[in-house]
Write a protein that binds this ligand. Structure first.
Ligand SMILES: *Cc1c(COP(=O)(O)O)cnc(C)c1O
Length: 429
């Protein structure tokens, strides 16, 4: 008798995935080939007509799909989507060309003019810019609140509220939001609302990865990822995904069809073949190193505070231990570190942060000054002047983004090399 896939671990399943699939006749390939065809032969107008009727409607995995045109769907994206949905314990996944494409799509299908949303006060810079710069033009208001205090929702949710949106851990300062608590409060509001008027919880799970945290299990409605980061892992491709319930498959596919921004086929292939299968082992090794680096920083005389979910001194340590766990229940504090430098004056602290970053950029070999994260290379950046510069300085401080704060994304290098690069940069400031 054939061994059942269900009996294997998530790590193993992410390597083998759905490579034997009806999505394409790949039955003799160990690795699926890159499908590189913008359009597909239809054999007859009847088959073409059926393809259009079936599009976004057929959920039965035993029926081979009729492919029409890349923007509607093609084998590499479809197989990747099956594996991503599976990794997050979601029913369906729809990929996009970038993480921002995925965020625009999920908000695009959930919100309309006159609706409003509530977002944690600190989010990825471009997400903030999307909600702050563009949505008001479509008459969609966003209230930025401190969701680390979930009870705040009791007073902030109003009749027009349709979406609660946040990241956890939060970019860049790694604050942790209690997913279960937020979802419970929202469920109480929903119990008094009609189904059409429901409030949805959307969580950006890019930092934690599906190995380290599964928000859908805590009651969230949707998870989004920037596939450009941890899941892609090698920094070669951009991508995004929305994962959630079956009933949203159609609107998400329709949105992608009409607004565009499908994931590039060759990027889908890279993420499917290299990224996702290596995610668990990359994460394990990078996290091992992150703990060593975080402890080194914590003991350094020029460091004021280190934020790393795996340190006992981390302000949200208990909550992190509860919700950031792998498929076997082990704590997964992750690979991101945020730290501040010792200097009382905020302006001087910013100058010191920039000086430190420039030292690393010019002299270090193992640490690279670059935005992005979740890469096999260790990346460093200064959020205040870079990724979060779209947020005004006064608001940055109020939102917990320190003017001198430094963000590190730990890669696969040997920890001793990272420590020596950091130590020599500290000596210069
Ligand atoms: C990078 C990032 C995004 C945006 O993803 P892109 O692929 O760059 O569009 C969204 N959220 C978080 C937390 C990110 O780090």
């Amino acid at each position: 008798m054939k061994n059942k896939k269900e009996n294997y671990s998530m790590e193993t399943k992410l390597i083998h995935g759905e490579f034997k699939t009806l999505k394409w006749d790949y039955s003799h390939h160990v690795v699926p080939p890159i499908s590189s065809s913008a359009t597909f032969r239809l054999d007859s107008s009847q088959r073409g007509a059926k393809g259009f009727i079936d599009f976004a409607h057929v959920e039965d995995k035993t029926i081979p799909p009729i492919y029409i045109y890349d923007r509607l769907g093609e084998p590499n994206k479809d197989i990747l989507e099956e594996n991503l949905a599976f990794a997050e314990h979601g029913e369906i996944a729809v990929t996009f060309s970038t993480g921002m494409g995925a965020i625009s799509a999920i908000l695009g299908i959930l919100l309309k003019s006159g609706d409003s949303m509530i977002c944690h006060r600190t989010v990825y810079g471009c997400t903030f810019s999307l909600l702050n710069r563009w949505y008001p033009r479509y008459n969609i208001a966003c209230e930025f609140s401190d969701l680390t205090k979930a009870e705040i929702l009791l007073e902030k949710i109003v009749e027009t509220t349709k979406v609660i949106y946040f990241e956890t851990p939060v970019n860049p300062n790694l604050e942790i939001i209690d997913i279960e608590k937020v979802c419970k409060i929202v469920a109480d509001f929903n119990a008094k609302r009609s189904p059409e008027n429901k409030i949805y919880v959307v969580i950006d799970n890019t930092f934690a990865t599906p190995i380290g945290q599964r928000p859908l299990n805590f009651g969230a409605d949707f998870v989004i990822h920037s596939l450009t980061k941890n899941i892609g892992g090698f920094g070669t491709d951009m991508g995004g995904v929305v994962i959630g319930k079956k009933e949203f498959h159609e609107p998400l596919l329709m949105y992608r069809k009409d607004f565009g921004a499908p994931l590039h086929t060759k990027s889908a292939w890279t993420i499917l073949v290299h990224g996702l299968p290596t995610l668990a082992s990359r994460l394990q090794q990078q996290q091992f190193t992150a703990k060593i680096v975080a402890e080194f920083l914590e003991n350094h005389s020029k460091v004021e505070q280190v934020f790393y979910p795996g340190l006992a001194s981390f302000p949200y340590f208990k909550l992190a231990k509860k919700q950031m766990v792998d498929h076997d229940g082990n704590f997964v504090p992750g690979t991101m570190i945020y730290f501040t430098l010792k200097e009382k004056d905020a302006t001087k602290r910013q100058e010191l942060g920039i000086k430190f970053i420039n030292e690393v950029a010019q002299n270090s070999y193992a640490i690279t000054l670059a935005v992005s994260l979740g890469n096999i290379r260790t990346l460093i950046e200064h959020p205040s002047s870079m990724t979060h510069s779209s947020i005004p300085p006064e608001k940055q401080i109020a939102d917990g983004i320190d003017p001198g704060g430094i963000r590190l994304s730990i890669g696969l290098e040997k920890s001793s090399d990272l420590l020596s690069d950091l130590a020599s940069a500290f000596e210069k400031i």
